[in-house]
Design a protein around this ligand. Structure first.
Ligand code: HEC
Length: 399
């Protein structure tokens, strides 16, 4: 695909995806917030009222009254549904996943230092895991286990941890983080499509027929939308993680992922319930955050890729020869790697000043996190990484 076409696709899809996601998450937060702030009606109200609340926004006052059910005569002419935000987010997200991670040889997904998966196998596994994840999650929550939500939540979280660990053993760090996000987001969108909206349709149909709605469907829809709500923070972290090589490029990527996801879920809980948050949830949140800070703390100077196999000072020419072999195929004025007609992120190393100016980023990407060369496509060795480390330790001389 010509670079400009894939760039445009990327822009349009990403833009749509983020706007739709803001709307979806915003709705989720607002409705969860409203549910928590409903009060007993201050005056007699018609119908099956669960609560009311007042809000001020946009230059006016909003009076919200929540009803559990409606009678036939009460069905409004116009009833607003909330579903396209979720569908648009998912559809644009999958398209973006394909454009960035599947097409073009799956360079962001495959890392042969992690697993021997070929590009086709990695794409196949990535797509299949999204479908399988939903089927497994849904089967779990449709089974009798769902009647014991505490146990079902624990089983779901354990399965999720297993999947996240599995991804970090199949895909590149970056790919594993993003796939964990896509995995959860697929479950969330399918919750809306297969469980939440059908339950609401059934409620409407029953109301129109003058019958009582099946309360189990309504309860299930509420529980699925609560799952979606708590998954938003972990998912947003996974989706943004590709900006943070120190996270996805960590030597223990699964630990980073799990600690952050734990922090995200507990933090959302705390936001919702503040003073009423159980101590163990607070403790889990604080410990996971501290654990993450500790885990990603800078390592001592000697602890580099091959544990310091290069101890002599390295001059510019030696460092440049390594960079030329391993980095220039992408990071030069005219990259020879067909996936990159332009140097990625505009980063070039084919002039001494550029290499010197970017020495710290070279250290982070090629020595500390080993997230460059991308997927180690150019087969960089640990000794070469140490050579660069030694060049930087010698003050990154430019000649
Ligand atoms: C196969 C192509 C490829 C090769 C080879 C490659 N890179 Fe990259 N590099 C990329 C891509 C794509 C990006 C943008 C995405 C990203 O930042 O992960 C990038 C971004 C970067 C950045 C800018 C982002 C930042 O974190 O500051 C640096 C620095 C970098 N690479 C260093 C290197 C070094 C050093 C080497 C050689 C040891 C190297 N790269 C080899 C593809 C490559």
């Amino acid at each position: 695909m010509p670079a400009i076409v894939s760039e445009w696709l990327n822009i349009l899809l990403r833009w749509t995806h983020i706007i739709a996601a803001i709307m979806w998450v915003g709705d989720s937060f607002l409705f969860m917030w409203m549910d928590r702030h409903l009060e007993k009606p201050s005056r007699p109200r018609d119908g099956d009222v669960t609560g009311e609340l007042w809000m001020v926004h946009s230059g006016g006052f909003y009076e919200v009254v929540k009803r559990r059910t409606l009678s036939v005569g009460e069905i409004p002419e116009r009833l607003h549904w909330f579903k396209w935000q979720a569908y648009t987010t998912w559809l644009s997200g999958i398209a973006l996943l394909a454009v960035v991670y599947w097409f073009g040889g799956a360079v962001y997904l495959v890392d042969h230092s992690v697993s021997p998966l070929s590009a086709a196998q990695a794409v196949g596994l990535s797509a299949a895991s999204l479908v399988a994840g939903w089927l497994l999650y849904d089967a779990l929550w449709m089974s009798s286990l769902a009647r014991r939500p505490g146990v079902a939540v624990a089983v779901s979280l354990l399965l999720l941890a297993g999947v996240a660990v599995g991804f970090t053993h199949a895909f590149s760090g970056r790919g594993a983080f993003l796939m964990t996000g896509a995995f959860l987001a697929t479950i969330m969108a399918a919750n809306v499509w297969r469980r939440i909206i059908p339950a609401q349709k059934q409620m409407m149909a029953a109301t129109r027929a003058g019958k009582a709605a099946d309360a189990t469907l309504g309860a299930r829809a509420k529980s699925r939308s609560t799952h979606n709500h708590y998954l938003t923070f972990p998912v947003v972290f996974c989706m943004l993680s590709n900006h943070f090589p120190s996270m996805y490029g960590h030597s223990q990527p699964a630990a980073v992922l799990l600690l952050f996801m734990t922090f995200g879920i507990t933090f959302k809980y705390w936001m919702n319930f503040r003073g009423r948050t159980p101590q163990w949830i607070l403790a889990a949140g604080v410990l996971s955050l501290l654990g993450l800070v500790g885990l990603t703390a800078p390592r001592p100077a000697g602890a580099v890729a091959g544990a310091g196999s290069v101890t002599t000072a390295v001059d510019y020419e030696t460092a440049r020869r390594v960079m030329e072999r391993r980095c220039f195929t992408c990071h030069s004025l005219h990259p020879t790697n067909p996936s990159f007609p332009e140097p990625p992120s505009g980063v070039r190393f084919d002039e001494p000043e550029r290499m010197v100016a970017l020495a710290e980023r070279i250290r982070v990407r090629a020595v500390e996190t080993k997230t460059m060369p991308l997927g180690n496509l150019t087969g960089m060795t640990d000794e070469e990484r140490d050579t660069l480390a030694a060049w930087i330790a010698a003050g990154a001389p430019g000649r």
